[in-house]
Design a protein around this ligand. Sequence first.
Ligand code: NZQ
Ligand code: ZN
Length: 387
Amino acid sequence: MLNFEFKNPTKIHFGKDTISKLTTEIPQDKRILLLYGGGSIKSNGIYEKVLDALSGHQVVEFGGIPANPEYSILLQALDLIKEENIDFLLAVGGGSVIDGTKFLAAAANYDGEPWEILTKPVRTFEGQALAFASVLTLPATGSEMNSGYVISRRETQEKLSSGGPGLFPVFSILDPEVVRSIPQRQIANGIADAYTHVLEQYMTYPAGALLQDRISEGILLTLQEIAPSLLSKEFDYTAASNFMWSCTMALNGLIGKGVPTDWAVHGMGHELTAQFGIDHARTLAIVAPSHYRYNLQTKKDKLAQYAKRVWDLSGDDTEALALQGIEKMESFFHSLGIDTRLSEYTKDFEGAAEKVKSAFEARGWKGQGEYRKLTPEDAQKIVAMSY
Ligand code: NZQ
Ligand code: ZN
């Protein structure tokens, strides 16, 4: 097992009726900015629950943060934070709203041009950010219990990430009842995103981290087990609660400690969202199978372990098992209703791979993946394999 440090300070309130905890978790003297997305919280009752819990607090609102949170819109929220002397941010939404809030928490106390936080990138250390918390409405990203975030800038077709130990939410409220109103497409996205978060931290090379491997496999198996129930029309609390906790556990830092991690699938996927606006999770399903086929030689031991332990396949030929594991992975994405070829999302796919290569080069990303050896040319070939 590799050496590691681990600290995750986010307090979790998990379960039914936990939104009411806002009343006591946020000090009465705070001036709160309530941040939300395109309006789903107004039609599913979450907005009322939040306002009820905060009826004794001073609350200013900022709505309209879009999926793939947009820099230019967040700058308007940043002005509001300054005008209204806000000293606490509350994100009520999915990964986009929470990520946007993290960016604002970092930018509020940053003296330079806010975009530098993403381009340099500037890490935000403990005590440097404005305090913030979240009410999660969409299980997927793990943003509710981690310190990373991703911001898009449509003007320049960029999608960049940043973070730092000062950007963990103070607390997050995880009420699985919110899953009731999530459209099927977003449920499928959430499952695929969390599934790929595990793969990014698991599908590398064996590092003697037996417990991390078993926890990762446990999350993959749980997601596979509950997927049919989550995608059926009937709401099932057991499935919803396991979905929510699996997504959080997939990216709260725990399973990535003591093991090599990859994250190249996300690097390439973010470029496809920047170019085509494809949902984050779907870009991962497009890139992942090709990435694993392209890197078969360095990843085959873990791929074969995945095939055996997660899909119950057997055999002595490591390479054959590894390839079967990738097929199972792809079928799983299909079972969620998610296409795994770029050409199934856009007719303009020609040239996408070259653009990914250029973007990687422009950022100086010369070596990605667990060996820090995946070059921009490799990324180009992988994306081209995904057409
Ligand atoms: O905007 P509203 O109206 O709220 O609707 C949202 C949005 O349209 C809707 N939704 C959310 N909760 C709902 C609901 N609809 C009905 N009922 C509810 N309870 O779902 C749509 C998608 O929301 P979004 O927040 O964009 O989805 P997700 O949570 O998948 O977040 C995606 C963003 O997170 C980033 C992605 O790149 C992308 O920008 N990521 C963040 C990570 C992190 N911070 O650790 C890691 C991830 O790998 C990912 O990159
Ligand atoms: Zn993701």
